[in-house]
Design a protein. Structure first.
Length: 247
C-alpha cells in the first residue's frame, strides 16, 4: 500500500464510567481517529463521553451486547472508508501504546496485507503478566485448540479483544451474535472466507477478574457449552464440515 493507511481505533463500551476517561486519554496519545460505541450505558458513561468532542461516539439506546458494539464499529469503518480498524477494550486491560504497531502489521507486507491481526496474551510472556482466572484460561485454551484442529491454524488466544482488521475484509463478516460469543462467529466466517490471519503478542493483564458475562453465562460450564453451540451452528451456516475435534 503506497499511501499512509487511515486507521480508526474503536472501543465498545458498556458502563465503563470508572475507566473511560483514563483509557481514552491513553488511547488518544497513539490514535488520531477514535470511535466509542456506547452500548446503552446507564452509569454516567454517556455524560463523560459528551465532554469528549475529540472522540466520535455511536450510541445504542439500549444495551445489545459486546458483539453489537463491534458490529457498529465495523459498519462505521466501512462507511467512512478507513483502511485499518483497531479494536481495543475499555477496561484498562490493553496497552494503547501498541495501537500503531498492531495497525502497522496489517499492511506491513504491502504485497500481501493481513486481513486480521489478532492480539494474543499467550504468544509471548511479558514482565509483570497477570495470572488469568482459571475457568477463563481453560475455556480459552479449549476453544483455541478446537479452532486449530478445525482449520489447521496455530492460534494461541481465541478471545483477545485487541485486534486490527483490514477494513476491506470487514464486509466478509455477517455478525448476528451480539454477545460475548461474537468472536467465535467471526473466526468461523474468517476461515470460510480464507482470510489471512496472524497473531500479535500483547501483555496479559486482568484488572477485574469477576466481571460478569451476563446471566447464566457467568457459570463456566454453561458458558463453555454455549460457545461450542455457537461454533457448531456457524460451521453449519457456512457449510463447513466439522473435523473430529473435541468439544
Amino acid at each position: 500500500m503506497t499511501k499512509t493507511p487511515r486507521v480508526l481505533t474503536a472501543l465498545p463500551v458498556y458502563n465503563e464510567m470508572s475507566h473511560v476517561d483514563e483509557v481514552l486519554d491513553a488511547v488518544l496519545q497513539y490514535a488520531d481517529d477514535v470511535l466509542v460505541v456506547n452500548d446503552g450505558s446507564t452509569d454516567g458513561t454517556a455524560e463523560r463521553l459528551a465532554r469528549r468532542p475529540e472522540v466520535a461516539v455511536i450510541t445504542h439506546p439500549v444495551n445489545q451486547g459486546y458483539g453489537a458494539g463491534l458490529r457498529s464499529a465495523f459498519d462505521h469503518a466501512l462507511s467512512q472508508n478507513y483502511d485499518v480498524l483497531v479494536t481495543i477494550d475499555c477496561d484498562g486491560q490493553h496497552e494503547p501504546a501498541l495501537i500503531p504497531k498492531i495497525a502497522e502489521r496489517v499492511f506491513g507486507d504491502s504485497d500481501q496485507p493481513v486481513d486480521l491481526v489478532s492480539g494474543s496474551r499467550y504468544l509471548q510472556t511479558f514482565d509483570g503478566a497477570s495470572i488469568p482466572p482459571v475457568d477463563r484460561r481453560r475455556i480459552n485454551a479449549e476453544i483455541t485448540a478446537w479452532l486449530n484442529c478445525q482449520f489447521g491454524w496455530n492460534l494461541t488466544d481465541a478471545f483477545c479483544g485487541f485486534k486490527a482488521y483490514r477494513v476491506d475484509a470487514l464486509s466478509t463478516f455477517q455478525i448476528d451474535n451480539l454477545g460475548y460469543a461474537m468472536p467465535l462467529q467471526l473466526w468461523v466466517q474468517a476461515a470460510a472466507a480464507g482470510l489471512r490471519i496472524v497473531e500479535f503478542p500483547v501483555p496479559l493483564v486482568y484488572l477485574e477478574e469477576e466481571r460478569s458475562f451476563g446471566g447464566s453465562l457467568d457459570d463456566a460450564s454453561i458458558r463453555r457449552n454455549h460457545y461450542f453451540e455457537v461454533l457448531r451452528r456457524e460451521m453449519s451456516r457456512q457449510s463447513l464440515a466439522p473435523s473430529e475435534c473435541a468439544g
